[in-house]
Design a protein around this ligand. Structure first.
Ligand code: IPE
Ligand code: IPE
Ligand code: MG
Length: 652
């Protein structure tokens, strides 16, 4: 009976309504699940960002030997910067074997920061770049940094033995860029500019690492292929950003090329695709395709390299085609372009990954036995500062003299002194010459205190020249003994003050005791910032420049430095003490008017002050007088004096 009722009820059920209810329930469940998943994903994503990395990235870091969370955070900052830079930039990093990926993020990320600084359009952009560069140099010397990007790059540099020799050249380019964006007048200039920017930290080194991984020795032809691809990359970038750059009043192409097509900045700013612009883009796209053809050669070297390299070339060609069709951002967010790009990239990544995997763990992270020695630092590597006693204030002047007031920003940043006249001082008193040198020690101390009181950041003293070996052995020995005593932080009172010691010169021929004293005091005072006292021992300007030229020539011959990248800042990097700034004021005591081979590179634009006082008779008041003379001088650096410039302004 009951079952009959049920059967009857079932028969009369409103099926349409039931169906609708079911559909409604399913839709609600689906929407609910989707919302829940999305919400959870977002939360998980946020969590990953804050305290955990996605498992795949975690693996990349593990394989790169980057285990420290702070370091990983630094590399992550760089990675995000690369991602923001553009698809091709990021694709490059996706196509190299996992252990090398963080290295590339650091290199690109650092370049991005400098790029952003130089493109910021801010009035103080050049100063900001200077500050960044100074901090970078110090970080490289210390081997770590408080800034995440610099921390990652410093780690990458020391881990993978990146050549830092070309860094100053690229820094100088960014700085020049910030001050004034160059208008390229030829393709040669265009190439030289981009090579100085693209190759500085380690593209060449990266190529060598990839060569090592694949057991291929990459030669000059491969380096050329790499260069060609980079050229194509920069050309595509320049074409893509034409309109945007034109709004900033510049264009990243040789100006004669634009002129030849009758294209002006004003045309570019409108963004209209005039027939002239179309012809220009078509012609340059052909050029870029040609460069990509040249770059193809690298792919023949090894299947693992081929998979990555060909993908990069294909991605560039896709971009070029999009540009030719007049879609600067194609391959971008939407449509078939995006799909095609994703297909090329992901197939390429798959191929590359399989091929790299087949090679096994060839690129070992830093802990491995194949780790290269860290590169010679810009300034000596120093241990983290010990919690040291606070430095003592400078001893006051015996006669109570106080430093001159009101010099403001006219205090020189770097004073160098030729401490001459010791021998004559002794002779005047009927004493042997070495007594003159001994008497010179107290003058030295007093002058150091005077520099500290005046706030001079750098003081460089000529202690022994490469030519002084011509003197009688006993005199040279006495000078060396006194220098050793003076450099000994345990015995020399100036090192209880806020003084950091550097030394400059050739170690060859110097007694081991003196070298030990110099090196240990350099290390022990490295954290001090008041005054940097550089002692030139066995120093000769010509010897310094010759040694620098020898090292640079070696790097050029080895392919690490391209001849077009050799600039004055790059050359300076090879000097004994690259961080030593230019000399503002050079003083010579003892009445002679010559430089005696002292700091010819650094003092190229120094103001010279010659004093008749013999060195042992000098005290800090003599230094202050020389600084006052300096402060009254007008430095023109080849330009026009203020009065002349003012006159010119008024007459125009
Ligand atoms: C400079 O004094 C000190 C050194 C060369 C170490 P000199 O010894 O040259 O003194 P003069 O010039 O002979 O008086
Ligand atoms: C320069 O003085 C060297 C030092 C002060 C260390 P010199 O006395 O040796 O120079 P010259 O020989 O007069 O040029
Ligand atoms: Mg002399």
């Amino acid at each position: 009976m009951q079952s009959a009722v049920v059967a009857a009820d079932t028969r009369h059920l409103p099926w349409a309504h039931l169906g609708l209810a079911l559909l409604w329930a399913l839709t609600t469940a689906a929407v609910g699940t989707a919302a829940f998943t999305l919400h959870t994903r977002c939360r998980l994503g946020a969590l990953h960002r804050t305290w955990r990395l996605p498992p795949l990235r975690h693996r990349v870091y593990r394989r790169a030997g980057v285990n420290d969370p702070e370091l990983r955070a630094g590399y992550e900052t760089c990675r995000r910067l690369v991602r923001r830079s553009g698809q091709t930039d990021y694709a490059v990093t996706q196509l190299v074997p996992a252990p090398l990926r963080p290295l590339l993020w650091a290199m690109y990320g650092h370049g991005r920061v400098l790029d952003d600084l130089s493109d910021s359009g801010r009035a103080d952009a050049a100063e900001r770049i200077d500050a960044w560069v100074r901090a970078m140099e110090e970080d490289l010397a210390r081997g770590t940094s408080t800034d995440p990007v610099r921390r990652a790059l410093t780690h990458a540099v020391t881990t993978w033995d990146l050549p830092t020799g070309q860094l100053p050249a690229s820094f100088a380019t960014y700085r020049r860029d910030a001050a004034e964006r160059p208008g390229f007048t030829s393709w040669e200039q265009w190439h030289a500019y981009w090579h100085a920017l693209s190759f500085p930290v380690g593209v060449t080194r990266l190529a060598t690492l990839l060569g090592e991984a694949t057991g291929t020795r990459l030669g000059p032809r491969d380096a050329e292929a790499l260069r060609r691809w980079t050229d194509a990359f920069n050309l595509v970038d320049a074409l893509r950003d034409l309109r945007q750059d034109a709004h900033l009043g510049r264009v990243a192409l040789p100006l004669p090329v634009l002129a030849a097509h009758g294209v002006t900045l004003a045309d570019l700013r409108t963004g209209r695709r005039t027939p002239q612009l179309h012809a220009l883009v078509r012609e340059l796209a052909v050029t870029a395709h040609g460069w990509l053809d040249d770059a193809d050669g690298l792919a023949d070297r090894h299947p693992a390299l081929a998979a990555s390299w060909r993908t990069l070339i294909r991605l560039q060609r896709l971009q070029l085609r999009a540009l030719e069709r007049g879609r600067p951002r194609s391959g971008g967010r939407r449509g078939t372009g995006r799909l095609r790009r994703a297909l090329v990239l992901h197939t390429g990544r798959l191929h590359a990954a399989l091929n790299w995997r087949r090679l096994g763990p060839v690129l070992t992270p830093p802990q491995g036995a194949r780790v290269p020695a860290p590169p010679p630092p810009l300034t000596p590597v120093v241990p983290r500062p010990r919690p040291a006693e606070p430095p003592l204030p400078p001893r006051p002047h015996a006669g109570g003299a106080r430093p001159p007031a009101g010099l403001g920003d006219r205090v020189p940043r770097h004073v160098a002194i030729i401490m001459d006249g010791n021998g004559r001082w002794a002779a005047e008193r009927g004493l042997p010459r070495p007594r003159g040198h001994a008497a010179g020690q107290s003058a030295l101390r007093d002058v150091v205190y005077g520099a500290l009181e005046l706030g001079i950041p750098h003081l460089t003293l000529y202690g022994l020249s490469t030519e002084n070996w011509k003197r009688p052995a006993a005199e040279v020995e006495e000078i060396l003994r006194l220098l050793g005593e003076g450099a000994n932080a345990d015995r020399e009172e100036v090192f209880a003050r806020d003084v950091r010691l550097w030394w400059s010169g050739l170690p060859e021929g110097l007694p081991a005791g003196l070298l030990d004293a110099l090196e240990s005091t350099v290390r022990r005072t490295a954290h001090r910032r008041g005054l940097t006292l550089t002692l030139c021992v066995n120093y000769g300007g010509r010897a310094e420049i010759t040694a620098a030229a020898r090292k640079l020539a070696g790097d050029v011959a080895g392919g690490g430095v391209h001849p077009s990248a050799v600039t004055a800042p790059l050359f300076a990097r090879y000097l004994h003490r690259p961080a030593l700034p230019d000399v503002d004021l050079l003083i010579r005591t003892g009445g002679d008017h010559r430089l005696s081979n002292f700091l010819p590179w650094q003092a190229a634009y120094a103001e010279l002050v010659f004093l008749d006082t013999l060195w042992p008779d000098l005290d800090r008041t003599g230094l202050w007088r020389a600084v006052e003379t300096y402060a009254r001088r007008e430095r023109r650096f080849g330009g026009l004096g203020e009065a002349v410039a003012q006159g010119r302004m008024e007459s125009t």
